[in-house]
Write a protein that binds this ligand. Sequence first.
Ligand code: LMR
Length: 337
Amino acid sequence: MTQATRTRRHVLFAAGAVATALAMPFTASAQAPIVVKFSHVVAENTPKGQGALKFKELAEKKLPGKVQVQVFPSSQLFGDAKEMEALLLGDVQLIAPSLSKFDRYTKKLQVFDLPFLFDDIDAVDRFQATKTGQELLTSMKSRGLVGLAYWHNGMKQLSTNKDKLQRPDDVKGLKFRIQASDVLEAQFRALGANPQKMAFSEVYQALQTGVVDGQENTWSNIFSQKFFEVQKTIAETNHGLIEYMVVTNAKWWDGLPADIRQGLSEAMKEATAYANKLALDLNEADKKKIMDAGKAKIQKLGKEDTAAWRKSMEPVWKKFEGDIGRDLIDAALKANS
Ligand code: LMR
């Protein structure tokens, strides 16, 4: 090799290296995955916990190298008090609060909190699939929030630290932890009890130390949070429900590249089907585990007991009919048949 050839090769190599180096930052940033933080307040072994993990798996499979989903369960990143604000600030991209926690953003979702409105989760599912149900997903867009899906948990049961829990009279004067919902507040007031709004992460300790006497929740939450260890009786009231809306920041969502939004939408659809299918079985299995643990008594209710609870909670409907809208209540009721 002559000196000239060697020099030319060297120059070519150097030029190539410069070109590569110049291209690198561009390539690297083009390939840096979009990080999607998904924060929620429940344990991983719950319908929502499993749904979030399934969404991560599917999203990363559909958008390899383009998206990285980080799931933060159990209020690790943000709890009830902060998660909506964090979403609006862009500190997190997905959250899935229960429908009871949207009071500040819309009054419409309060329909889901009306006691004894839905016969079961199948009825809830039917209502959510209607045009009216789907429209509620975008009802908070002007406030910067957009719903991507509804996720089921299950029917709520009532628990206390007392031996007797069969009729409404048994909860008179007791203190109950509630989610941040005015409807739920009215529900416990109608029973002559004292409701106290409290973040989910604080409930176990509040029950354990007697700050509150009782709470209402699904079997999966009562089991995974160990509430059954610090309560004496759980009455199978099925008086309401815990349902979620997976919400994102509308501006962030609209600003995503179209292929990413499409991939995430598909992953959400499949994760939703997965989580919703799981919800019923998981709640049934957790109810059994609570029974087997033998720590809290599970109180079955007869038809007349249930009728008494229903009657005591009835005034709540009238109180919120104006805010929610009679049309919406009727549309929800229709899903029972
Ligand atoms: C609660 O606060 O009791 C529930 O909303 C928690 C949850 O997300 O299931």
